[in-house]
Design a protein around this ligand. Structure first.
Ligand code: CAO
Length: 434
């Protein structure tokens, strides 16, 4: 067994009654010479108190919240270095501790051990930069944060006056990792309060229903899009009175071909034409966010509501297909989606999406862009409305449209030009022939 050494607080400059704000070791811990044992904080600075020798901490004689001054007993250490030069033997506490320790604790009180609020650590912004939010943390915590790649300005401090402790940094990393499993990487600068853990059973009967795989996947995608894409939704209306007349006129032919001709194939057709006229709606931002990838193909995703959640199978080269083919393909894809028989290739490669809730009801809604696409068209329930034409009101069949788009790529003026053009094409299908 090594020699027991009493470690008294050495000269720390002009400070008296300095707060102990963090203990970095516990009794029984093995420490290296100059390893930080605890953190003190005065009004002006935070400083770590390093161990005068390598060995084992046998006693800690201070706790968080205590105040200490030069000469106070901090710890008893079992020295592994013969100890004479390192710390005062425990049996002789009455000898002048500061005299011994001042020479054995070289880092104490030097700039390396100080984290004064104005001091900048490696990698932080230079003084002339706009000042970042000040993270209040000791040098060892800053060191730990640097090693773990943690931005301290994002870590809520639980210590006194909001100081960030080692536990805070470790807790932040754990929370980020567990969030990463479902929510992906944290976005720098976005800081939200943790959701409160509520025991709903306190208020009444509950049942825990785990989310299935489809819901988990779509939740992750929708969440990513929601927080990364600046969304705007443009509403519009299309007069589809003539389209509906034509659609009904084709009912017998559709039946003969074994398909149901709903509005959707017309939407797909009109959308591909509008996309060809507005290429940046049929695009994705590249990984750097500095270029747009324009797609020369028109693969249209159509949201399908299934018992297990939302899936978006893709109609490939929709611009090259006729209305009956589109109807047949949509019917087949939605049946396969509902019986969980879609292949991975059926849901990949979309360049624009349509979400049609018109068959169910409702008026308008704001769909979420199917990232990495840059726009999505929502279609709601058609309705007969009185439209003022040549001095009188005439009944017209009106289809509500909601175009959500990524405002980084699409301007509001273009969005409304797009929905206007779409409405025009749907109002007069002959335009599709031109
Ligand atoms: N207004 C009024 N009626 C409409 C309509 C509209 N906009 N769109 C479709 N309808 C009618 C159809 O004509 C059909 O009527 P009939 O049975 O009398 O002929 C009925 O509603 C049902 O249509 P449908 O839903 O079977 O076919 P569809 O081609 O319109 O849509 C599909 C297919 C797969 C898109 C649809 O079934 C579906 O799943 N929609 C939900 C999509 C969704 O969940 N989106 C939300 C995404 S965001 O959470």
């Amino acid at each position: 067994m090594g020699e027991l050494q009493a470690f008294h607080l050495p000269d720390i400059g002009d400070f008296q009654d300095v707060d102990v704000v963090e203990l970095l070791v516990s009794p029984g811990d093995r420490v290296e010479k100059e390893q930080a044992l605890l953190v003190l904080e005065s009004d002006k600075a935070t400083m770590e108190v390093p161990s005068p020798c390598g060995g084992v901490v046998r006693e800690l004689n201070v706790g968080v919240g205590d105040t200490v001054s030069e000469g106070d007993l901090i710890a008893v250490l079992e020295s592994e270095e013969g100890g004479a030069a390192a710390a005062e033997p425990a049996a002789q506490p009455e000898e002048d501790p500061a005299a011994d320790l001042a020479t054995t604790a070289p880092a104490l009180g030097t700039p390396n051990a100080m984290a004064v609020p104005t001091e900048l650590d490696e990698g932080e912004a230079p003084p002339q930069a706009p000042s970042p939010p000040e993270a209040h943390a000791s040098p060892s915590v800053r060191h730990l944060a640097r090693e773990l790649g943690v931005d301290l300005t994002l870590v809520p401090g639980s210590g006194r006056k909001g100081r960030i402790t080692r536990d805070d940094v470790q807790g932040f990393v754990k929370a980020s990792l567990s969030q990463g499993a479902t929510h992906g990487v944290p976005i720098a600068g976005v800081q939200v309060a943790a959701a409160p853990q509520i025991d709903f059973a306190k208020f009444g009967e509950t049942e825990l229903q785990p989310l299935n795989r489809i819901r988990k996947l779509s939740a992750a995608n929708l969440h990513r899009s929601w927080v990364t894409v600046p969304h705007v939704t443009q509403f519009d209306e299309a007069d589809i009175s003539d389209l509906d007349r034509f659609r009904k006129s084709q009912k017998a032919e559709a039946e003969r071909r074994g398909v149901k001709l709903t509005f959707l194939p017309f939407m797909v057709k009109a959308v591909t034409r509008a996309l060809s006229e507005f290429p940046h709606f049929n695009a994705s931002l590249d990984a750097t966010g500095e270029s747009l990838i324009l797609k020369r193909y028109f693969h249209i995703g159509v949201a399908v509501d299934t018992e297990n959640g939302l899936v978006v199978p893709v109609i490939r080269d929709a611009d090259q297909k006729g209305l009956f083919d589109l109807a047949a393909e949509m019917q087949e894809l939605s049946e396969r989606a509902r019986s969980r028989k879609l292949r991975p290739s059926d849901i990949q490669g979309g360049s624009f999406s349509i979400s049609s809730l018109g068959g169910i009801g409702g008026t308008l809604f704001t769909p979420i862009v199917n990232h990495p696409e840059v726009a999505i068209l929502g279609v709601s329930r058609m309705e007969w409305k009185p439209v003022h034409e040549a001095g009188e009101f005439v009944p017209r069949l009106i289809l509500p449209l909601s175009l959500s788009y990524d405002h980084r790529v699409i301007d509001g003026a273009d969005a409304v030009r797009f929905t206007r053009r779409l409405a025009e094409l749907l109002s007069d299908l002959r335009l599709l022939l031109l």
